[in-house]
Design a protein around this ligand. Sequence first.
Ligand SMILES: [Zn+2]
Length: 296
Amino acid sequence: MTLPADDFALPFAVEGAAARGRIVRLGAVAQRVIDGHGYRGDAARLSGEALAIVSLLGTSLKFDGTLTLQTRGSGRATMVAADYQTPGHVRSFVSVDADAEPDAPLLGEGSFALTIDPAEGANRYQGIVDLHGSLTEAALGYFEKSEQIPTKLRIFVGQVQVPGGEPQWRAGGIILQRVAGEGGIQPFDADDDDWRRFGAYLDTVGADELLDPTLAAEDLLYRLFNEDGVRVFAPQPIAFQCRCSAERVENILKSYTAEELADLKTDDGRIEAKCEFCGTIYPFDPAKLATAGEQA
Ligand SMILES: [Zn+2]
């Protein structure tokens, strides 16, 4: 049996109606990130959900740059961070308080920020919405408030048993957005019949469909929109890749106070900084860092 392609975003358009979207399927990428961090349970699911969100949104960027998701919350997950860098590089990092009460809310109340940093030019954009409920609900809040585009979003994260192997983490998502007609001439109504019908179709999408590695994304789209007809565009590959480097980490360390640097010292007097996204450890000579700090 040949499995459909994995780790990509597939853009699509529903024929005859002004709706467009993308499906994201993350297999090896989700497994690499979640397993690499040793995440389990809630941390694993949050990490996968964040990866799916930045993949769904990042693949719509029309320019080179980075899209970053970051939450701060009062719940057990004090921080969720994920980003997408063109073309198709994702990573995520989740901080779950191991000492928190197990029945405390997962994300709690706080903020959900999406930041878009174009590689060229200075017009950085950041939208911040309240965090309450899930990451997916916060992302929908962002579309409502910042972009004012009627949007439907479904995301699932879970472990899928592969024949003869360990269960593998997978994340899948589908986004559908109402867009004005070609050339922006045709006005649209968020409450029109087509849009309500598409929303009902999306509500039927289940974890079994979005996470099933044997169900091709095209087949799922056909299941959903065969009455209207659906057109798919070239898939965009997604890969795990960290953006860290010794230079970047050194620049961060240069802004630390002497006390903060002392906390990073190993028993043999070296400073080791670990990238939270990929686990790479960068050793530094404290004397050189101190000199750099004094020169600044
Ligand atoms: Zn890294």
